[in-house]
Design a binder for this molecule. Structure first.
Ligand SMILES: Cc1cc2nc3c(=O)[nH]c(=O)nc-3n(C[C@H](O)[C@H](O)[C@H](O)COP(=O)(O)O)c2cc1C
Length: 115
């Protein structure tokens, strides 16, 4: 979704949760302009949910940001960006485990789906 510049929130990657249709999922959240993806982007908030397989397009979501992981960066290639997102994913799963978050037990497999 678009996120106005007037929302004071550091651009970057966060560990968070998304609640939709009565369920809460762990998520990787990216806030910013996606500078690695060619065309200039609007400022967006983008959430990739773990353990979710479905379509929430156009549905109201509640996003909770729990931990700042790193600032948004510009990568020279999509491979490097993908590699970094793999690292983010590990750090975020680790965050849920080490903080004893109630959702930590859900996906020890580390498998996740995007939304
Ligand atoms: C965990 C995570 C971290 C991301 N980090 C960056 C980043 O550092 N720099 C960047 O340009 N885009 C970043 N992105 C955004 C990706 O560029 C974007 O998700 C992907 O290109 C798909 O964009 P689209 O849905 O607009 O096509 C990140 C996305 C996620 C989910």
């Amino acid at each position: 979704m678009e996120l106005s510049e007037s929302v004071l929130l550091r651009n970057g990657v966060y560990a968070g949760t998304v609640t939709a249709e009565g369920s809460t999922y762990r998520a990787m959240v990216n806030v910013g302009y996606k500078p690695s993806v060619g065309l200039p982007s609007e400022r967006t908030l983008e959430a990739h949910l773990f353990d979710f397989d479905g379509d929430l397009y156009g549905k109201p979501l509640e996003v909770e940001l729990l931990e700042f992981i790193r600032p948004e960066e510009r990568f020279d290639s999509l491979e490097k960006l993908k590699e970094q997102i793999g690292e983010d994913r590990k750090r975020i799963l680790h965050f849920f485990e080490t903080t004893g978050h109630p959702l930590a037990e859900k996906g020890k497999s580390g498998k996740g789906d995007e939304a």
